[in-house]
Design a binder for this molecule. Structure first.
Ligand SMILES: [Zn+2]
Length: 234
């Protein structure tokens, strides 16, 4: 399978579905990790123009560790519209280029309006990717891809419908997250939390719910024609 994960900010995927992506790679599937913004507002000291490239480099390193291909749309966190016409076209092209059998993205309700906008964009643009008269570099895809929402930050307002056991993957997931050095610092300075411990706790909590030490939680976007008669998560 081709697995496309689309997060808003450079570290969102490691937080929400890093263990699951590692599991896909281990099973021989091709994984693409795409983030929309360059996360250039996420620091107290480092200026945006300097932070954007640093965060892209961090995300690249994390994707390498996971064994995924890294893609970014490189939009500023501070853009007037997260999804301008140009950004929409870029995301359609990413969906066509990766030909996903499954897309993982943010839940439709989350603490960040940008996360929610990313979810909406993935839903509408993954349909647009099948429309031949919308022209991008790659040819249109023939099937409307299934979508799964990953957990929200801290699991608020998220009732999972499926779980993935990441007990064997939790250490590598945390190592991938630790590649985002600037964000470990930001979460400590801005939110007063130990981010690695925060994410480990969330995985432990989801594990508790399904009877394993560590898990990640998902919810399927259960709309026609995106359903399949077999399990898509590992
Ligand atoms: Zn985010």
């Amino acid at each position: 399978m081709n697995v496309l994960a689309v997060g808003c900010h450079p570290d969102d995927l490691e937080i929400g579905c890093g263990g699951t992506l590692i599991k896909y790679v281990k099973a021989g599937h091709k994984v693409f990790m795409c983030h929309i913004t360059n996360g250039d507002m996420g620091h107290k000291v480092i200026k945006p123009e300097e932070l954007g490239p640093i965060r892209i480099k961090e995300a690249k390193k994390a994707a390498e560790l996971i064994g995924a291909e890294h893609i970014t749309l490189n939009v500023s966190d501070n853009a007037d519209y997260l999804f301008s016409k140009e950004t929409e076209e870029k995301l359609i092209e990413v969906i066509r280029y990766t030909k996903p059998d499954i897309i993982i993205t943010h839940n439709d309700k989350d603490y960040s309006a940008q996360h929610e906008a990313t979810c909406e964009a993935v839903k509408s643009l993954s349909f647009a990717a099948t429309v031949p008269h919308i022209i991008t570099r790659s040819e249109h895809i023939s099937n409307v891809p299934p979508i799964f929402y990953m957990d929200t930050l801290a699991g608020t307002r998220f009732i999972p419908s499926e779980y993935v056991d990441i007990t064997q993957e939790i250490e590598l997931k945390l190592q991938a997250l630790a590649c985002h050095e600037s964000q470990i610092k930001w979460m400590s300075d801005h939110d007063k939390i130990n981010f690695l411990d925060f994410v480990k706790t969330c995985s432990k909590f989801r594990g508790l719910q399904c009877g394993v030490p560590y898990a990640e939680a998902f919810r399927q976007y259960a709309e026609w024609p995106r359903l399949r008669p077999y399990r898509l998560l590992p």
